[in-house]
Design a protein around this ligand. Structure first.
Ligand SMILES: [Zn+2]
Length: 298
């Protein structure tokens, strides 16, 4: 790994001392945030994520034919479910809304004519006996309790967003916005990062640091030496450390992301050296023009 770090300081004695002081502070910030992330990881998935996942699990994966029907009747549909599911989620179909017709399989048991009446019923296998039309509704056709949101980062990144973009470009990494990468928020291609348009500044900052982490760590030999779980743990740990260092409210978003990829505190600890190195390179670039880094958010 060889990253140019932007340093406008002159190299007289005072400047050296300042750089040293800044590096100490950066190392402290990184160490504190690593500790914080490890604590979160040890607690497991957050309540917010658990609520979100269990709500999302209520939405079916529809068959191709039904997806076509939903797309035809309501092209902007995002979350589609039947009345009963909506009610169980605390939402109700608004008056006058027309349902989207889909075909639901009818599962039944056909009993074979048999002379052993009692126990045989247990053995009759459920089977598809036909289809019927049922109606489903998109979330916009319903009202009531808000659906749980996945945990996300928030806060004000100020000028750090521009500094980060500068740093990405200094690394020779091209940056583009591309809505076709959805549902991914960002993708790292090696020499190029794509970001999903429409994220908040805080989310975009965090996504960009994550993808930059992949660019810095996973486009050379580590790509083949590491698993997806390790790569996502490393990239998201860097996003967490850098995000908190510039004052973002990261909540449980990073720990939850890492948990979803089956990462954990142990994996983070094993990767600590590269995580620290990449975080320091990014933070030094972001803080390069300041006497002292910003105090971290608590
Ligand atoms: Zn990633």
């Amino acid at each position: 790994m060889n990253f140019k770090s932007k340093d406008n300081r002159n190299s007289n004695g005072g400047g050296q001392k300042e750089i040293r002081r800044q590096q100490t502070t950066t190392q402290q910030i990184i160490a504190e945030n690593v500790k914080h992330l490890i604590e979160q990881l040890e607690q497991g998935k957050s309540e917010a994520l658990t609520a979100y996942l269990s709500a999302m699990a209520r939405f079916h994966n529809y068959s191709f034919g039904n997806i076509l029907s939903i797309a035809h009747h309501r092209p902007d549909a995002t979350h589609v479910a039947g009345i009963r599911t909506w009610n169980e989620l605390g939402r109700y179909v608004k008056k006058g809304q027309k349902g989207i017709p889909i075909l639901a399989p009818m599962i039944g048991t056909k009993r074979q004519p048999t002379e052993e009446p009692v126990e045989q019923t247990d053995k009759s296998k459920p089977m598809l006996i036909g289809f019927r039309v049922v109606y489903v509704f998109d979330v916009t056709q319903t009202e009531g309790t808000e659906l749980p949101e996945p945990p996300t980062v928030s806060g004000d990144v100020g000028t750090y967003h521009e500094r980060l973009v500068d740093f990405v470009q200094q690394q020779g990494v091209e940056l583009e916005y591309n809505e076709r990468i959805a549902p991914a928020q960002g993708v790292s291609y090696g020499g190029k990062i794509a970001l999903l348009p429409g994220q908040t500044k805080a989310e975009e900052f965090s996504t960009l640091v994550h993808e930059l982490g992949h660019e810095m760590l996973h486009k050379a030999e580590r790509r083949t030496l590491t698993t997806k779980t390790v790569r996502e743990t490393e990239a998201e740990s860097i996003a967490f450390i850098v995000g908190r260092a510039v004052g973002l409210n990261t909540g449980s978003a990073s720990a939850d992301y890492i948990s979803l990829y089956h990462g954990n505190a142990e994996l983070l600890t094993e990767s600590l050296a590269v995580i620290q190195q990449a975080s320091a390179a990014i933070l030094n670039a972001l803080f390069a023009e300041e006497a002292e880094p910003l105090a971290q958010a608590s």
